[in-house]
Ligand binder design. Structure first.
Ligand code: FAE
Length: 544
């Protein structure tokens, strides 16, 4: 796999239409992997395509690569933009400390996960724009998701964690775990470009002082810590620290996009799919309906073309022989639930919309003593977690997260993944024509209790307290949000055992909607590996 440092984002640009597609090929002419790519074009109304993929995150990118490699012309429809073109300031993405309209999906203000600091709200007004990070609000929870070519890979922390085998077997008992752990997890890790931090560098660099302080305080209370692999190129990061390349993770970049270093999907799976010459990505188009085509077999897919302010500028329908739902746990669930309720796909399983969970996410911080500074310099890519999963009374895996404020905060921030068994369902609301999610704030309590068991002990030992100023006024727990939506169309329940919506031959689910609510670690490696497994079966049995 090419190193991200040697490849500009532009050279892996994915076509957004005739002009952009041609530009991509021209820009990529020095890259042998893309030199053979055929010119690409956006979908137009009335097109008929063999395979249409909704969404370009992990599930969609795997589907696209495996379909195009199998010789099938494949079209991805993505509601976000391609993040390949610099704005007037010369940069592609918004800065993190001072975010602009590119940061946030169709909102008049930013909506930072850490929303407050020392009594002050830190969100700011911005122009409404198709920015890279959405915080989608439901009654009881706010769900952060990436928007654009690459989906969540554009905004996430890159933590690439293979789940614990016994927990994986518990949540997906019908999946052959031997095959997963011998074939599909290794395949996913390799294709994603997962790598490990140089531990000697970790121990000495100021950029991971926050992790070392988090480790020290955890270990002093008897907890185990573990290094966590990442898709960010750690060798590139070392060069950032040495000052020989432009800084990205060491310049605070993460939730609003990285200009370098991160092996997001546009540089890995999607670039490889584009290199086959069989991939089109139609951006700024939001799929709104899928139903059996009136004539000719296959499915009619309706989509709205939006402008950069989110206004609908056209509605198109195309026909597809096969449709792969990869709009993410929320996007796929919302689409399928409304198609069933509106009678467009009435025979879908009653399990569609069920089994959604927040991966037990609880975000919070501790205030360290002055002698335990976490550092003014912090890499945005987490590299370590506290692993207490095996303890049934406090079953958590807590990522030691950065708080790259550019100044000393003395805060240790954590994102705990707790073994919270609570689940919710998506329901169509005929009064609003929208899909609701019935998750209640009270369903987080079990996760908070588990988190408290571990961190109350750490606080007691250290003589420290929780920060109450980061998620509102006197609010300790960032439990009103999740980064890890999972489920809503669970494998083997709403679909068959390989993601087929079997009531409708030719419809498939390939994303985080398949994972039943909680996987015990950060989820994208699992989503990728499951998609690899399912696509292999689908291509050989249905498309052979
Ligand atoms: P996803 O990547 O969300 O892709 C879905 C795509 O579909 C998006 O590009 C949407 O714009 C598009 N879409 C949705 N609806 C439509 C529609 N109707 N029409 C057309 N397009 C549509 O789905 N996970 C980790 O494993 N490690 C981490 O370190 C980590 N950090 C995270 C940090 C943040 C701030 C966030 C938000 C998430 C993080 N995650 C992390 C979660 C991870 O990114 C997420 O599980 C995956 O991206 C989900 O992959 P999917 O393929 O399910």
């Amino acid at each position: 796999m090419p190193s991200s440092s040697s490849l500009s984002r532009r050279s892996f640009l994915i076509g957004t239409g005739v002009a952009a597609g041609a530009a991509a090929v021209a820009a990529a002419s020095s890259s042998s992997s893309l030199a053979s790519a055929a010119p690409r074009r956006a979908l137009t109304g009335g097109d008929r395509v063999p395979a249409l993929v909704i969404g370009s995150g992990y599930g969609g990118a795997v589907a696209a690569l495996r379909l195009t490699r199998a010789g099938i012309a494949t079209h991805i429809v993505e509601m976000g933009r391609a993040w390949d073109t610099p704005g007037p300031d010369g940069t592609v993405f918004s800065g993190t400390i001072s975010p602009d309209k590119r940061s946030t999906w169709l909102s008049d203000t930013t909506d930072q996960p850490v929303s407050n600091f020392m009594g002050f709200g830190i969100n700011k007004k911005i122009d409404r724009y198709v920015g890279v990070l959405e915080s989608e609000k439901f009654a009881g929870i706010k769900i952060y998701q990436g928007r654009g070519v690459g989906g969540g890979s554009l905004v996430n922390g890159g933590m690439a964690v293979t789940p614990k085998r016994d927990f994986f077997e518990q949540i997906l008992p019908s999946v052959d775990s031997e095959q997963m752990y011998s074939t599909y997890f290794p395949r996913a890790n390799s294709a994603l470009g997962v790598n490990h931090i140089d531990e000697a560098w970790f121990e000495t660099t100021p950029w991971y002082q926050f992790s070392r302080v988090g480790r020290k305080t955890a270990q002093r209370s008897g907890y185990t810590t573990t290094f966590v692999p990442n898709v960010y190129d750690f060798e590139y990061m070392k060069r950032e620290a040495a000052g020989t390349v432009p800084r990205s993770a060491l310049a605070g970049e993460v939730i609003y996009g990285n200009h370098a270093g991160k092996r997001s999907l546009d540089k890995t799976y999607l670039a490889q799919a584009a290199a086959t010459g069989r991939l089109t990505i139609t951006t700024l188009h939001r799929v709104t309906a899928v139903e059996p085509a009136a004539t000719g077999g296959g499915y009619q897919v309706t989509m709205e073309q939006i402008n950069e302010q989110g206004g609908v500028i056209a509605t198109k329908t195309v026909n597809a022989d096969r449709v792969f739902f990869a709009a993410g746990s929320v996007g796929t669930s919302k689409l399928l639930v409304s198609m069933k309720a509106q009678g467009k796909l009435p025979n879908l399983s009653s399990q569609v919309g069920e089994g959604w969970g927040n991966n037990g996410n609880i975000m919070f911080a501790r205030a360290n003593h002055m002698w335990d500074a976490t550092g003014r310099q912090q890499s945005t890519m987490p590299a370590m977690g506290i692993d207490n999963w095996a303890d049934p009374t406090a079953s958590i895996f807590a990522e030691i997260a950065p708080l790259p404020a550019g100044l000393e905060t003395y805060a240790s921030l954590y994102l705990a993944i707790t073994n919270n068994p609570e689940r919710a369902r998506f329901r169509y609301n005929p009064a609003t024509g929208k899909v609701d999610l019935d998750w209640q704030a009270s369903q987080n309590q079990i996760g908070i209790d588990m988190t408290k068991r571990v961190f109350d002990k750490i606080n007691k030992k250290e003589g420290t307290i929780y920060r109450t100023d980061l998620f509102g006024f006197y609010k300790t727990w960032g439990d009103h949000l999740t980064y890890h939506p999972l489920g809503g169309c669970v494998l083997g329940r709403a679909t068959d055992d390989h993601g087929r919506l079997h009531e409708y031959p030719g419809l498939y689910v390939m994303d985080g909607a398949l994972v039943p609510g909680n996987v015990g670690v950060n989820p994208f490696v699992t989503i990728t590996a499951l998609a690899e497994r399912n696509m292999e079966a689908v291509i050989s049995a249905d498309l052979g």
